[in-house]
Every structure is written in C-alpha cells, then in structure tokens.
Design a binder for this molecule. Sequence first.
Ligand SMILES: [Zn+2]
Length: 301
Amino acid sequence: MRTIELGAITVHRATELARWAFAPQDLFPGITPEQVADAGRRFGDRCVEPGTGRLILSIHSYVVRAPGLTLLVDPGNGNDKERPALLAHHRFHTDHLDRLGADPGEIDIVVSTHLHPDHCGWNTRLADGQWSPTFPRARYLFDRTEFETLAKLWESAPADPVAADVARMYEDSVLPVTQSGQAELVEPPHVVYQRGQERITLRQAPGHTAGHLVVEVTSGDRSAVIIGDVVHHPLQFAHPELAQLGDQDPERARSLRARLWSEFADRDVIVLPAHFPEPTAGRIVSGPDGFRYAWLDGGAG
Ligand SMILES: [Zn+2]
C-alpha cells in the first residue's frame, strides 16, 4: 500500500532502496539463534532472505500532503555521499528523486526523524561540485538536541572513522541547509500543521539517537505514525529488547519501544517504518505472547 488516506491528508511512501540486507548479528548484535529462527517462521521470505538468512530491510521516504502543505519526512540516503566507514551508505546512485512522487520545488517542509545518513542524505545534492539544498523552497526542521549534538561532534573533528563519517554527513547534508538559511530548530512536541480535525505533530522519541522524533499524522481518531528508526525489523514487536547496532542508548530505545507498542496496539494507528520491506505499513496487535505486526496487506506478522 503506497498511499494512505487519513481524512484530507495523504501519506505516500517512496522507496529509495527496496532491498537492503544485513546478517542478523550485524543488525542486532545480541540476537539469539532462536530469535533468528523465529524471524524466519514469522515473516518468511518477506523479511528474511532465503538461503542466506540475512534480514531484509528497505529505505523509504514519506511525502505527506495536507491542504496547503507538502511535507517530506526522511529524505533518504542521497546520492554521491562519501561514507568510507559506513559502507552500507557509501556512494548511492539511485533515481529516488524522480520517483519521490513530488517535485523538489513542491516541498514546503523537510523533516528527518533523526540525523543518520539514510534519513537526511537527500537534504542536499551535488551541483557543480557543491552540496546544495535539494528542495529549494523548503524549510528544513531539525530537532534542537539532535542538531546541536551533531554540530558538536563535527566541531570536534573526530578521528574515529565512523564518527568521521557522521561528521562528514553534517558537512555535506546539514551545513549547506543552515548556510542557505533554510534550517529551523524545533523542540517537540511541535505541531507542524493543524486545520479542522487534521493535525501533524513531531513527537520526541529518544533512544536510537538523543533527538529522534516520530511524525504523527492524525485525522479525528485515526492516525499514522512515521516512526523512523524506533524499529528496524518486525521481530522487535515481539522482542522490543532487541537493540539495533546503531541504538545510541539501547535501554532507552527498548523502553520507548515497549511504551509505544502499548500505546498503539489494538487501535486505528498505522505504523509507517523507515526500513520495513513492502508493504511496510501495518498495525500493532497485542496477544497472549506479546505484540505482533499486522501488515496492511494481511501478511503474517
Ligand atoms: Zn535508518
């Protein structure tokens, strides 16, 4: 399901990369062989690669259209970015921008759920050897904590190769947007849009990073939540304690997952993750063995 309607708002998923596979231990260092087997049983080849047992992820952006506003959430990894230590993000060449479902000039606001390479890379693109804002009219909203943490890291000129890649990301994907005067720091909860019964809100969701946000789109009593990297794989509904390699504060990430699964379960809340393979969207359902994912196409979760 590529486009979801919530009253007068539509949320369209644009896939930058459909298949982004990782060995289970590379994604979740603490995963047990039983949990790997459980993933295979629950999700089959939708989320587990036959033969190799690798876990299948994707990279998605979301275009949210409300009357008078076009919002882009998580622009994706971007092209031509040098990430020599973070090889899964290194030198993409995709036609994501052509398949976004919106013209760059249409975008009013850009939000990244957090500042990792696969969530803010398309903030900029290479033009005449310079990194320039991809979305010429847009205001780019950043969580203040997330932005300031990253700016400090960049100022420290870190020697560690992974930290150096993250600093490079600030330089090529964030700094050009502040220099063009398009950046705006916000402190969630932050209402981006409110008209009638439609509302779009940025909510704090720290754990994966200190300033991680989720984007809640509501119409009356229906809602959809663009959840970023709170969750990487549907196995984390049954196992919220599974920490992803990039979770900066694993305990905080776990307790956030446990709290959100309880909040969203068994309600009309559509979850829109950044990295679940198609059809991506689903609802959280509680049961005697904990939580599970009900994909919107009815697939097993
Ligand atoms: Zn991510």
